[in-house]
Design a protein. Structure first.
Length: 279
């Protein structure tokens, strides 16, 4: 069995499992507690609550024009995965329709429903696909503008939720908004990784001393960068290193001890891949 076939099988299995989890989640936490969602699934839920038409049929029909957009803007591979995901999700929305009993605590339903939904959507994106709906629009906008997918989804979802507020009232709107914010955050975590490190840039005239001490105390590598001061036009030392969050305190201490006048920039770094870090 070729590596290409194994990768194909792995990606589609991941997409299928994520969609199955999402279908159960929608029925158990959202339909069961009369909560709404954003995007096409949210529209499907709104129409379902008002007309009692099966949500699986609504979801599939509303996705047809968006799947056409996926074919035009995102390519054949993305289209196939999106069709597959939409089909699996629609089927299992029907399969899990009986798991829609209300819970005692709607807030918990909103929190857990949002978290599971975000994880499932993030996994599908990670595998190179989409669950359909506004995911497709978000993916297209992200491709051409670089705006994070989670922010696009949150913005489009908020517009759908405005309808929820008008039709179902402010309480359902607020619970659903909580769910969407959590879902958006979980998508970000899946996309960029839950592990977070710190990127440290140090501008100093004592680069050699700092380089040796930081490497000795933290065990992290350092990159030396040639730089010049914008005002003086003179050469200055610049060091860049990526350290764990707990090592950052030690790096700050070293810089203060060796060169208190050094200029230091600390930035968040996600999904660090390489020796000594999670891959």
């Amino acid at each position: 069995m070729s590596n290409k076939y194994l990768q194909f099988l792995k990606e589609y299995t991941i997409v299928a499992l994520a969609c199955i989890a999402m279908a159960f989640n929608i029925n158990y936490f959202f339909v069961g507690n009369k909560l709404a969602q954003g995007g096409v699934s949210g529209l499907s839920l709104i129409i379902h609550y008002l007309s009692n038409i099966d949500i699986s049929y609504l979801y599939f029909v509303l996705n047809i024009p968006l799947i056409i957009l996926a074919y035009v803007f995102l390519g054949k591979n993305f289209l196939l995965k999106t069709l597959f995901a939409t089909f699996i999700l629609s089927i299992f929305l029907k399969v899990f329709a009986s798991f829609s009993e209300p819970l005692d605590d709607i807030l918990l339903a909103a929190i857990f429903g949002g978290a599971i939904n975000g994880i499932a959507v993030g996994i599908v994106f990670y595998a190179g696909g989409s669950t359909g709906g506004m995911d497709i629009v978000a993916k297209i906008i992200n491709k051409y503008t670089g705006i994070p997918i989670s922010r696009i989804l949150l913005a489009t979802d908020f517009m759908i939720l405005s309808m929820v507020a008008v039709i179902f009232g402010k309480v359902i709107f607020m619970y659903t908004l909580i769910s969407l914010v959590i879902s958006s955050k979980m998508i970000d975590i899946i996309q960029v990784g839950i592990y977070s490190a710190k990127g440290v840039t140090i501008i100093t005239n004592k680069e050699d001393e700092l380089r040796k001490k930081i490497m000795e105390d933290t065990g992290r590598g350092i990159t030396l960068i040639s730089a010049r001061g914008g005002y003086t036009q003179k050469g200055v030392g610049m060091l860049y290193c990526v350290v764990g969050q707990y090592q950052l305190i030690r790096v700050k201490t070293i810089v203060k001890e060796i060169d208190p006048s050094a200029f230091m920039i600390v930035a968040d770094v996600h999904e660090v891949i390489g020796n000594g870090f999670l891959s």
